[in-house]
Design a protein around this ligand. Structure first.
Ligand code: FAD
Length: 430
């Protein structure tokens, strides 16, 4: 079987490698000159298991196992393997309710080292964090923004061994080298301009500049360009994917010391509307948004046309929210990155599936949180494609994905294009 994967981000490179490992002839095409230069390059690389949907908890746990064993996963390559740093992750939900307790129980069932901490336990462990509840987060120009929270948070979830990968770009380059070693072909600086399903049952993928790719299956892994690429193939999905603009800002880390390198964990502060983590050996903090209801989402109709640099309103909003949770932080100049998520508008979960057009597959709508699961999604896509091309219909009989590191199989219908409503926060938290 000959496959053409469109997009050489972390997802496309993972799919290419996994297809090749199953004996497929894989070509990955990207319009950029290097791999991982789409949204992957802006990723914070956070690896956590706290998700509403049990299947995603299991896939994220499998992903964490792969990142922890990355050098072995990619095999011998002439490059430094990306490193998974694990300072732990503190997740501060709006409240500790049965939903949160259920997620923690499911994580524990899958052997994630996770615990519910009381506010006192959080303070004992991370005394630099302010424990006032900020929920619901307010706009920074709200007159009450700086008023102290009246009640403390109800508690937090701590994943002992969560962390982040340094760096997502390097990890994707590792995947490229592993793929090339095993026979994956990369066509870079080549833009896909048309995807033609031919009467003979195969595909012609036209590239700007000529020399089309002929293949049996096409996989759309084009990130924020996912719906444009579906358009090139004339494919419509029942679930819409859309590009959403994001900014991530860098501030000094007041907890950093040369000796300790900083004791700040990754913090998913859904209560305060932000997430943050250490960077550069702990010297810097990077902060992003969890999209609280009071902020308008910045949907981008054309992913080739958006402001590609950080802006003062975002910087102020995210920095001030960070300073409420972490009062020692000082406001600095606006530094950071602006990039796009590819969001499945319905529920913020990826779509990893076949389509109604035989031979055309999608792994899209990664919704700002699929770096951690990219190698697992790669394996899932290879499984879907293999079984579908062998005549099985995953719409009737969804792939039960074996996760060897976790020791469970996951029913993957929650990633199908035909799924109904699933358990989700409808945000990047998933
Ligand atoms: C700011 C930010 C922070 C994030 N933080 C995290 C995090 O902490 N943890 C986590 O798990 N996830 C995170 N994510 C999400 C994660 O990074 C993405 O889910 C993942 O990188 C998506 O990878 P991808 O390969 O699907 O897309 P991309 O990396 O965008 O790759 C798609 C590729 O397709 C190519 N392409 C598009 N159209 C064409 C065409 N017509 N022809 C040829 N090539 C084409 C593009 O050039 C691009 O290289 C974050 C994302 C962002 C933006």
């Amino acid at each position: 079987m000959r496959a053409c994967v469109i997009g050489a981000g972390v997802v496309g490179c993972s799919i290419g490698l996994e297809l090749r490992r199953r004996g497929c002839d894989a070509t990955i095409v990207d319009r950029n000159g290097a791999v991982g230069h789409g949204s992957t390059s802006a990723s914070c690389g956070i690896v956590r298991r706290f998700y509403s949907e049990p299947g995603m908890i299991a896939m994220a746990q499998e992903g964490a196992g792969i990142w922890a064993d990355w050098a072995a996963y990619v095999g011998p390559i002439d490059d430094d393997p990306a490193v998974f740093l694990r300072p732990g992750m503190l997740f501060i939900p709006p409240r500790i309710d049965d939903g949160v307790r259920g997620i923690v129980a499911e994580m524990q069932r899958l052997h994630v080292p996770v615990a519910l901490l009381s506010p006192e336990e959080v303070t004992a462990r991370f005394p630099f964090l302010d424990m006032a509840s900020q929920f619901p987060p307010r706009p920074v120009d709200d007159p009450s923004f700086f008023e102290p929270g009246e009640a403390p948070i109800e508690g937090a979830v701590f994943e002992e061994d969560a962390g982040y990968v340094v760096s997502p770009g390097l990890a994707t380059q590792n995947l490229r080298l592993a793929g090339e070693r095993d026979g994956v072909r990369f066509l870079l600086n080549r833009e896909v301009v048309k995807i033609l399903a031919r009467d003979s049952g195969d595909y012609q993928v036209d590239l700007a500049g000529g020399d089309p790719v002929h293949c049996d299956v096409v996989v759309n892994a084009a990130g924020p360009h996912s719906s444009q690429v579906n358009g090139l193939a004339g494919v419509e999905l029942p679930l819409e994917t859309r590009a959403l603009r994001r900014e991530v800002h860098a501030l000094g880390n007041p907890q950093y010391t040369d000796e300790a390198g900083g004791q700040v964990p990754v913090v998913g502060d859904f209560n305060g509307g932000i997430y943050f983590r250490p960077e550069s050996g702990g010297r810097t903090l990077i902060v992003g948004s969890t999209d609280p209801a009071c902020d308008a989402l910045e949907w981008i109709p054309d992913p080739d046309d958006f402001t590609p640099c950080v802006t003062e309103p975002y910087h102020r909003r995210q920095s001030l929210r960070l300073m409420k949770r972490f009062p020692e932080v000082r406001l600095g100049p606006a530094r950071g990155v602006a990039a796009l998520y590819d969001v499945t508008v319905h529920d913020w979960y990826p779509i990893a599936d076949r389509t109604d057009q035989p031979g055309y597959y999608v792994c899209i709508g990664t919704s700002g949180s699929s770096f951690k699961t990219a190698p697992v999604l790669g394996g899932l896509m290879a499984e879907i494609i293999d079984s579908c091309e062998a005549g099985r219909d995953p719409d009737r009989s969804p792939v039960q994905l074996e996760l060897p590191r976790v020791g469970v199989a996951v029913d993957t219908r929650f990633l199908s294009r035909l799924r109904g409503d699933i358990q989700t926060t409808g945000t990047v938290i998933g």
